[in-house]
Design a protein around this ligand. Structure first.
Ligand code: ADP
Ligand code: ZN
Length: 286
């Protein structure tokens, strides 16, 4: 049996499942401070005999095995989690191998194994939610260098009519600062879910996300782009992204039909937790 943790800013999803990605039991735990959340996570896993645990975590995190702080959450503004030794605290309690990567890398892995990019050796998974982040599978492997990519914090061209200053605590008007769920709420004065009929909201969202996709396409040339996260529940954003992307690319690169190229997660909301199971499988095999 394998354990999986999808650690998000608002909630932790914990699951046990098998190496085929089948989830047999799961639980949701609110993300409070680690001293509150982690004991509940461990309690859930206590009754299972696990071969390994996979963690897909919000970040930034330290994924460099050579680093003295490997397994830590590094620079989050989330109370209590800055410099938190995530892998170490789970490993100490459960004494099993731990797979550790970002939430979006886990989701990319899940989608590439069982979801919308099944049978492809290349894809990009982007989440547009509380934050913006992306994980890439390149030539069959998760893209990693010095650390993991942080594609949500790229700079985009501002819309001439957009006066909103931006929400990113590090860069102010980076992509996440202009187009995340909290940025939408701050700019328009209401949560995205209450702005469904405000066309201009989703136009602007498409305008910014299309720029990001253009850059990801030009740099990575992914075979499939999967967009998840709360904001992408607004299906009109897909339409607007495709529209602006066609304008921006201006026929310079050839792409597949955009309706099959830019898609929702095949695993729906289970992309991340399924990918965390895959991280556990890898850890068990090592
Ligand atoms: P998280 O990023 O915390 O894991 P989500 O992916 O659900 O969780 O993202 C939450 C953000 O998405 C919030 O800012 C919320 O306002 C926004 N959001 C959630 N559902 C919707 C929706 N149906 N339409 C528009 N925005 C949404
Ligand atoms: Zn930023």
């Amino acid at each position: 049996m394998l354990g999986a943790i999808e650690a998000g800013g608002t909630k932790f999803v914990c699951a046990v499942g098998d190496s085929n990605g089948k989830i047999v039991e799961r639980v949701q735990i609110p993300t409070a401070v680690p001293e509150e959340t982690i004991p509940k996570v461990l309690e859930f896993f206590q009754s299972y005999s696990l071969d390994a645990v996979g963690i897909g975590s919000f970040g930034p995190i330290d994924v460099n095995p050579e680093s003295p702080t490997y397994g830590y959450i590094t620079s989050t503004p989330k109370e209590g989690w800055m410099n938190y030794p995530f892998v170490q605290s789970i490993k100490e309690a459960l004494s099993v191998p731990i797979g550790f990567n970002t939430d979006v890398n886990a989701a990319a892995l899940g989608e590439a194994t069982y979801g919308a990019a099944k049978d492809l050796d290349s894809c990009l998974y982007i989440t547009v939610g509380t934050g913006i982040g992306a994980g890439a599978i390149v030539q069959g492997k998760l893209l990693q260098g010095w650390s993991h990519p942080e594609m949500g914090h790229i700079l985009v061209r501002r819309h001439p009519g957009d006066q909103y200053e931006g929400k990113c605590g590090y860069h102010q008007d980076c992509l996440e600062g202009l187009a995340s769920g909290p940025a939408i709420e701050a700019r328009w004065g209401d949560k995205g879910v209450n702005l469904v009929d405000r066309e201009e909201v989703w136009e602007l969202e498409g305008y910014y996300l299309a720029q990001a996709l253009m850059q990801y396409i030009l740099i990575l040339s992914p075979k499939k782009i999967i967009l998840g996260g709360g904001v992408m529940k607004q299906k009109q954003v897909f339409t607007n992204i495709r529209k602006y992307l066609v304008e921006l690319l201006n026929d310079y690169v050839t792409l597949p039909d955009l309706h099959s190229y830019i898609v929702s997660p095949g695993l729906g909301d289970d992309a991340g937790i399924t990918g965390a199971l895959m991280l556990a499988r890898e850890a068990a095999e090592k």
